[in-house]
Design a protein around this ligand. Structure first.
Ligand code: SME
Length: 165
């Protein structure tokens, strides 16, 4: 399933989830797992211009593996869509980032955004951040799907191989 994940237009969300899990368990190196996870999400969802991870380190979000243009490296928890999702430990979906006070524009093309926190036993590990050049790109079912991906990332990534000090 993983090998086909880039052209899965007729694949159900549950099959996509299975493919995502197969990709994650292929190795136990945390950095490599996150790198392939960012690529897989970028390939399987349409109309994205950025997909990746920010990891929670020293009270801030710090840029992790991603696909898209170079992005800001550090995001304080009181800033941006990512900071809000991290602070509140729940997903934030923004239909028009121009209307979100404090949005951090890493790529001027971004118009809508979905951020899903990664939380393990109540502890914040980081966030998944998805950006789209389209207004209102992310539906509530997209959110539910990415939340399922996030659960697998939390469970299957070898976080102890990443520096999260
Ligand atoms: N837009 C995000 C910052 C990260 S970039 O989109 C990759 C935010 O407002 O938190």
């Amino acid at each position: 399933v993983y090998n086909n994940i880039a052209n899965l237009t007729n694949t159900s969300p549950s099959e996509l989830l299975e493919g995502f899990k197969s990709m994650l368990i292929a190795d136990d190196d945390g950095l490599s797992q996150l790198a392939n996870a960012s690529s897989t999400i970028y390939q399987l969802m349409t109309d994205l211009n950025w997909a990746g991870f920010y990891l929670y380190k020293h009270g801030q979000l710090v840029l992790g593996p991603f696909q898209g243009k170079p992005a800001c490296i550090r995001i304080p928890l009181d800033k941006g869509v990512c900071g809000k999702a991290a602070r509140e430990k729940h997903s934030v979906r923004v239909d028009d980032v121009h209307l979100f006070p404090g949005h951090i524009a890493c790529d001027a093309a971004s118009r809508s955004e979905l951020v899903v926190p990664l939380v393990k036993k109540g502890a914040l590990l980081g966030v998944i951040d998805l950006d789209s050049p389209n207004l209102a790109r992310f539906s509530s079912s997209d959110q539910a799907f990415v939340e399922q991906l996030a659960e697998q990332v939390v469970e299957l990534v070898h976080w102890n191989h990443l520096y999260l000090g």
